[in-house]
Design a protein around this ligand. Structure first.
Ligand code: NCD
Length: 330
């Protein structure tokens, strides 16, 4: 897995002389959860909380009026792209959607650096999803405007991890002391890679439940081990579930498999049903970054512990906060 180098550009060169805008994220890229401290998270979540109140009170307001975002997606997306669009538009800004790169000059062979250097002539911030690990970090090296990593292959998905953590806080009021069980495709799932790393800033116990083939990558377990995070691996949910405060379910990432037969052999490994949850605490939550493809049965949706739809809504507030912060308006 590629390591993420810090952005070369710390200051936005477009900052007019004498402009008073400041703040820890102004003009910065969001590339990896490794860039955040707990203090940063408190700050981001404070802004996200304000965004929630504003959305509930007035729906849309003009904080980012006149600002433009490019949504540059080289991989499919429903939630991430539309929540960034909604976030920008609820803040009064506008969006250039490039969801189908095959209709853009990418299909003519344009390189990622050239595409981002083109888009930044027209926009103030670029949200990028790309199949290659490290693509956002690479784009950020060329772009002068902020790049927000919306998923780089099997690497990271930092804005998802931020909204996941915001969800845990909103639902369970604290993170320290919790046991978080991650289930499913821990090998290819970028959301769990980012979330595990982000949770290492807290006093948590992490359980990894997966088929042997889809275990959490060794380098992540080692990285967190060095930070003394309590971690345990399982191939069955039975032992981990009763003690879990958060059950974070993931989809088996079909598109990452070279061998279809191998995918078929693990795709139905875990299915959460109402019966499964009879062994879980009353005060716990079930999360999922979505889309789900059978890992959680539809009957679970009515259980108050099913937090995955609320999780999507929290994502709007977190992405509104991130946009306002990198554009210096929070
Ligand atoms: C996730 C992703 O793209 O990594 N989706 C999302 O952003 N909510 C999870 C997935 O595709 O399984």
């Amino acid at each position: 897995m590629a390591t993420f180098s810090p952005p070369i550009r710390q200051m936005n060169p477009y900052l007019p002389f004498g402009d008073h805008r400041s703040g820890p994220f102004y003009g910065r890229d969001i590339l990896s959860v490794g860039q955040f401290s707990r203090q940063d998270l408190d700050y981001i979540f404070g802004v996200a909380h304000e965004m929630r109140e504003m959305v509930e009170r007035v729906g849309t307001f003009d904080l980012l009026k006149g600002k433009i975002l490019a949504n540059l997606f080289y991989e499919p997306s429903t939630r991430t792209s539309s929540s960034f669009t909604s976030a920008m538009e609820r803040l009064g800004g506008s969006v250039i959607p490039i969801n189908e790169v095959r209709y853009s000059s990418v299909s003519k062979g344009e390189s990622l650096p050239d595409t981002v250097r083109t888009l930044e002539c027209y926009v103030d911030v670029i949200v990028l999803r790309h199949p290659e690990v490290g693509a956002s970090a690479m784009a950020a090296r060329y772009a002068r405007k902020p790049i927000i990593n919306a998923g780089d292959g099997v690497g990271e998905h930092p804005t998802q991890a931020l909204l996941d953590l915001f969800t845990i806080l909103a639902e369970l009021r604290q993170v320290d002391g919790l046991t978080v069980t991650m289930l499913g495709d821990l090998k290819y799932g970028r959301t769990v890679h980012s979330l595990a790393r982000l949770l290492s800033l807290y006093q948590v116990r992490l359980n990894y439940v997966s088929p042997d083939l889809l275990r959490m990558p060794r380098e992540i377990i080692d990285e967190l081990g060095q930070k003394s995070v309590a971690q345990a691996e399982f191939t069955s949910l039975d032992e981990a579930l009763p003690e879990s405060d958060v059950l974070y379910v993931t989809r088996v990432q079909k598109e990452r498999f070279e061998d279809e037969a191998l995918y078929e052999s693990v795709k139905g490994a875990f299915v959460i049903t109402p019966e499964t949850l009879t062994k879980a605490k009353d005060e716990m939550i079930v999360m999922h970054p979505l889309p789900r493809v059978g890992e959680i049965s539809l009957e679970v949706d009515d259980d108050p512990r099913a937090a995955y739809f609320r999780q999507m809504e929290y994502g709007l507030y977190v992405r509104m906060a991130l946009l306002a912060l990198v554009l210096g308006k929070a």
